[in-house]
Design a protein around this ligand. Structure first.
Ligand code: NAD
Length: 323
């Protein structure tokens, strides 16, 4: 394999790059750092857009030798580790979920320690919270007793990140993303996926059967805000990042009924019905809203999109008139 970069300038590797976040994050990182400075990887071959806009390698992140090989041969200085199994999919195979989510993180942290990488980004989730956490305005530091294997893996992962920071000085940074809403890639098997699917079904069918109850309040964030938060966190001076587990991050909180109403203002004929399934139990275990004052105070986080602005933008991009 030929090295793309031989000096020690910023060189980024993204795992799980073909997923809902990776698709957008790789694009943003390439715009910021240059296309050849951002190496996208995933366990399968990429969509055209990822391969055509910069370097792409097939990488199973459980293969630590291949990960090490790529990091060393490409002169990687930062890793954004996105590969994971998400909350709803994770419940189908708990041990495999634990294995992927934990082993992959430990592989990334270890190679980052060994090779003295500059920075690592790893996303946590509101799934670290559980039924015993405050439901409204859930604070940064509170009880975290998750009830899903996904939440357990994120909770443990946060502590591993802090351990590598405190023990080895590794600059690893993390956000507890809420449910992320985006138009360019499919949602990846999470409990908040309804808030993505609803837009596609509203445009294609004019109706949607929601797998959560109409009054299920959950914290969400529009993808442009999530990407900006990630870049801003990674750009902040290290001494300002004093939460070394993972930062609470809030954007907006709404119920399926409130989202349906916002869609109806743009698509008046849209109809929604409700058939809650096993994901209702997961949603009921999570907070409805998040207090992100640490993120706001430490590195000036501020979301830009409210419910109506997000709804209008989503429909503009996936609506029937989109070319
Ligand atoms: P996704 O499911 O859309 O994408 C995950 C990607 O990881 C997929 O492309 C998959 O092929 C890849 N992958 C799986 N196993 C792999 C392996 N062994 N090696 C390499 N790649 C592998 O997930 P996403 O929504 O993009 O989430 C990315 C990260 O953000 C995850 O850590 C997730 O827990 C976290 N997160 C996401 C949300 C959300 O709403 N999307 C919310 C909170 C946290």
């Amino acid at each position: 394999m030929t090295a793309i970069n031989s000096n020690k300038k910023t060189m980024i590797l993204v795992t799980g790059a073909c997923g809902q976040i990776g698709t957008e994050l790789v694009k943003a990182l390439r715009e910021k750092h240059g296309r050849d400075k951002v190496v996208a990887t995933d366990r399968h071959f990429a969509s055209d857009s990822l391969q055509e806009t910069g370097p792409y390698f097939k990488l199973d992140v459980l293969d630590k030798y291949e990960l090490e090989n790529l990091v060393c041969s490409l002169g990687i200085t930062q890793i954004y580790h996105l590969a994971a199994v998400l909350s709803a999919s994770g419940e189908n195979n708990p041990l495999a979920t634990w294995n992927l989510n934990m082993e992959s993180l430990l592989n990334v942290l270890e190679i980052a320690r060994q090779e003295k990488l500059d920075k690592v980004f790893w996303p946590s989730s509101i799934a670290v919270f559980g039924p015993s956490s405050p439901r409204i305005n859930c604070p940064q530091h509170t009880v975290t007793e998750p009830t899903t294997v996904y939440g357990i893996s994120k909770n443990a992962g946060e502590h591993w990140c802090m351990y590598y920071f405190e023990k080895f000085g590794l600059d690893v940074r993390s956000l507890r993303y809420p449910g992320l809403i985006s138009y360019s890639a499919k949602a990846g098997g999470g409990t908040t996926d309804y808030a993505v699917d609803i837009f596609h079904q509203a445009v294609a069918q004019g109706e949607y059967v929601c797998f959560l109850r109409e009054d299920t309040l959950l914290p969400m964030l529009y993808m442009p805000d999530a990407i900006r938060a990630t870049l801003e966190l990674m750009d902040a001076p290290a001494e300002q990042i004093t939460v070394r587990t993972s930062y609470n991050l809030a954007g907006l909180s709404f119920t399926p009924a409130e989202l349906a109403k916002a869609i109806q203002t743009e698509l008046p004929g849209f109809k929604i019905s409700y058939q809650p399934d096993f994901r209702q139990t997961i949603a009921d275990s999570w907070p409805g809203s998040i207090n992100d004052s640490e993120a706001r105070n430490h590195w000036n986080w501020e979301p830009a999109y409210n419910l109506n602005a997000m709804t209008a933008d989503m429909l503009k991009h996936i609506g029937p008139n989109t070319s």
